[in-house]
Design a protein around this ligand. Structure first.
Ligand code: SF4
Length: 682
């Protein structure tokens, strides 16, 4: 493209939670390129997804451009009036016949804060239920619950810049940032080049292992045991920060008594690593002046996910490395706005701003603000809604921008749940596996066609700016939700995303000082930002934890719920790869990316491949107690013997056909990271 024919619109990358700033290059009404912008998180860097896959899907011919209604098993085009009348009438009829709690909504953690706020408001006021959730349920809900309980706030404590510059050590647990958060991965690499000692705790030999001082190649599902072992060493070697513990925490004596049993020898046996490695890791972390813990889904996606997160808090508090620069507990949130979808109250437990549904004063506050009576009952999580649909308790479901048939564990059950619904609405950019089950499909609009905000993993609210007009008849997503609510008897109307942010600021104390005018600042604003004079909060828990004192939780180790046995002898884990994002709805529409990566694969250790008679690239059958899929072998040493790894991006060979739908008791997050499988050559 030629510069004089184009304009550049700065916005926020629509893929991972890093929140990189990107300039979309626009010619006429078409995006023709993407260039890095100098954002606070990315400093002029973009990864392959941001550079090449952040815009081509916007102009794809596959986009949904008109409402569709299923008649006699076929989707036929409809007017907005026909589609919205049907949606409002059906949901109203189901509510009148079976009550509001027979309805549910899944919101979109890829979309803007303002859409998420209006979606949850529609579900709570018009559907009259708190059955609203977002995909954090299957990725970082354990973070929200675990950090809120121990620290008082379920969010990353420090900033990306702070934890990757001028630090002495980094403890990276269950996180593969070079593929899942590539710009952060490159910043961690730079930190190592500047002298930081990197300790990686991960069952796989991820790329950053090559930059690490120490790799703890732990067996899957043993994070809690590892943390207890590290704390055992820290306490026994006198490396705990006794003054910090005494002044700023509670629950220490119970923790100390519990971890006494987790000697390096005991933990080494559980984690299948050397006891000396546990001692060395504990010393590196405790002795470093500045050392953040960075973690991701390798900690959360377990039946003990919330306990794994609490263990990260325990570790940081034990050495007083929290509420300080270059320290803290730092979850890397997955999707671009999964932090925001949680902040906006797309949760059965929380109104916007984590104000509790269980608190009657909070319910009254929102009743007064929204001029209606609200259902006081805590709702169902998305992972509870699907089994409830199979039982017939959930009759109607509105899914905005999620594709649970690809993303949720044990997908045959998801199909059964969707088939069993009386009425399903899907609002989407593309025809997806889930949308095919809908009674009504409403066309959504992409990040490049709307104004609004995303909140990245470091709590930074940043602008999303409209670069091109929506396709076909597609409308603002929040306007569609407001119209559905209005037609169901709860009048709602917004002129702009800015107006919605003003309502958010009135209702969320932590967003009180945030508005679109202030967000023109290139650094955005990091919540808590309580009033117009508040510059935002780069580091949380300085001086005092959000809950007052930090709470130690004594957590014994519990193994994963399904371990390998004779019938299914391999332990399988799942995760992301560099080139694709989640269901590939966006990255899969970028030709160059598909040329590099167009099929699923399973990583198998050389030793196991030899034993099974499998060569690199061979087609294999992978089976679990839930079913079987076919995929291709990637033979190497990234995984240890007896373990295998698959990504979840591909509908062909979709690993979630065979993952295990068992859940953490607190956050109800699925155990994607451990299940037992068998492998055979085809
Ligand atoms: Fe986009 Fe994440 Fe890549 Fe940044 S690191 S360009 S936010 S996908």
């Amino acid at each position: 493209y030629r510069d004089w024919e184009t304009k550049k619109i700065q916005t926020t990358c629509p893929h991972c939670g890093t929140g990189c700033q990107v300039n979309l290059v626009v010619k006429g009404n078409k995006i023709v390129g993407a260039e890095p912008a100098n954002g606070p998180a990315n400093k002029n860097l973009l990864c392959v997804k941001g550079k090449f896959a952040s815009y081509k899907f916007v102009g794809s011919d596959d986009r949904l451009t008109t409402p569709l209604i299923k008649r006699d098993g076929q989707f036929v085009e409809a007017t907005w009036d026909e589609a919205l009348t049907l949606v409002a009438d059906k949901f109203t009829a189901l509510k009148q016949a079976h009550g509001g709690d027979s309805l549910a909504g899944f919101s979109c953690s890829r979309s803007i804060n303002e859409d998420n706020f209006v979606f949850e408001k529609m579900v709570r006021t018009a559907f009259e239920t708190n059955n609203v959730d977002n995909c954090a349920r299957v990725c970082h809900s354990a973070t929200v619950h675990g950090l809120a309980q121990t620290l008082g706030s379920g969010a990353m404590t420090n900033t990306i810049e702070d934890i990757t510059t001028d630090v002495d050590a980094i403890l990276l647990v269950g996180s593969n940032p070079t593929e899942a958060h590539p710009v952060i991965g490159s910043q961690i690499r730079q930190a190592v080049q500047h002298g930081a000692q990197l300790v990686v705790a991960d069952p796989r030999k991820i790329d950053l292992v090559h930059n690490a001082k120490l790799h703890l190649q732990v067996k899957g599902g043993t994070n809690v045991a590892l943390a207890n072992g590290l704390m055992n060493v820290i306490i026994n070697e006198g490396l705990a920060d006794e003054a910090f513990i005494a002044q700023r925490t509670e629950g220490y004596e119970a923790l100390k008594a519990m971890v006494a049993d987790y000697t390096p020898e005991v933990v080494a046996e559980i984690c299948e690593i050397e006891p000396e490695a546990i001692v060395q890791a504990a010393r590196i972390y405790a002795n470093a002046k500045k050392a953040p813990i960075i973690y991701c889904l390798g900690v959360t996606e377990h039946s003990t996910g919330t306990e794994g997160v609490m263990s990260m808090s325990n570790l940081a508090m034990l050495v007083g490395k929290i509420g300080k620069p270059g320290c803290g507990v730092n979850p890397l949130r997955g999707q671009n706005n999964v932090q925001g979808a949680c902040d906006m109250g797309c949760s059965p437990f929380d109104f916007p701003g984590y104000q509790k549904v269980a608190n009657q004063d909070v319910v009254h506050k929102f009743e007064k603000a929204w001029g209606t009576t609200l259902n006081p009952k805590i709702g169902l999580t998305s992972t509870q809604v699907l089994p409830a649909a199979i039982r017939g308790d959930i009759k109607g479901l509105y899914i905005f921008g999620e594709d649970p048939i690809v993303t949720d564990p044990d997908t045959s059950h998801v199909r059964k749940a969707l088939e069993n619904l009386d009425f399903l609405v899907v609002q989407e950019l593309f025809m997806t596996e889930t949308a095919a089950y809908a009674d009504v499909i409403l066309p959504g609009i992409s990040f490049a066609e709307k104004d609004g905000t995303f909140t990245n993993t470091e709590r930074r609210v940043q602008r999303v700016r409209k670069a091109v007009e929506p396709r076909g008849l597609a409308r603002e997503d929040f306007a569609v939700f407001a119209e559905v609510a209005t037609r169901m008897g709860q009048p709602m109307a917004y002129d702009s995303a800015s107006d919605i942010m003003d309502e958010i600021a009135q209702l969320l104390p932590t967003f009180g000082g945030i508005n679109f005018k202030r967000l023109e600042n290139p650094n955005g604003l990091q919540w808590p930002c309580r009033d117009q004079d508040d510059p935002g909060t780069p580091i949380m828990h300085v001086g005092e934890f959000s809950r007052g004192k930090g709470l130690f939780m004594a957590i014994p180790y519990k193994p994963a719920k399904e371990l390998p046995d004779d019938a299914y002898p391999y332990m399988m884990s799942t995760g992301r790869m560099l080139y694709h994002y989640n269901t590939r709805a966006m990255t899969g529409r970028t030709e160059g990316i598909n040329q590099i990566s167009d099929h699923s694969y399973i990583e198998i250790n050389y030793e196991d491949a030899n034993h099974l008679g499998i060569k690199d690239g061979d087609k294999v059958k992978v089976s679990s107690r839930r079913g079987s899929i076919e995929t291709y072998a990637a033979v190497g040493d990234r995984v240890m013997a007896d373990s295998v790894f698959m990504t979840f991006h591909f509908p062909d060979g979709n690993v979630n056909e065979i993952t295990n739908a068992v859940f953490d008791d607190i956050a109800i997050i699925p155990e994607y990271k451990v299940c037992a499988v068998a492998i055979e050559p085809i």
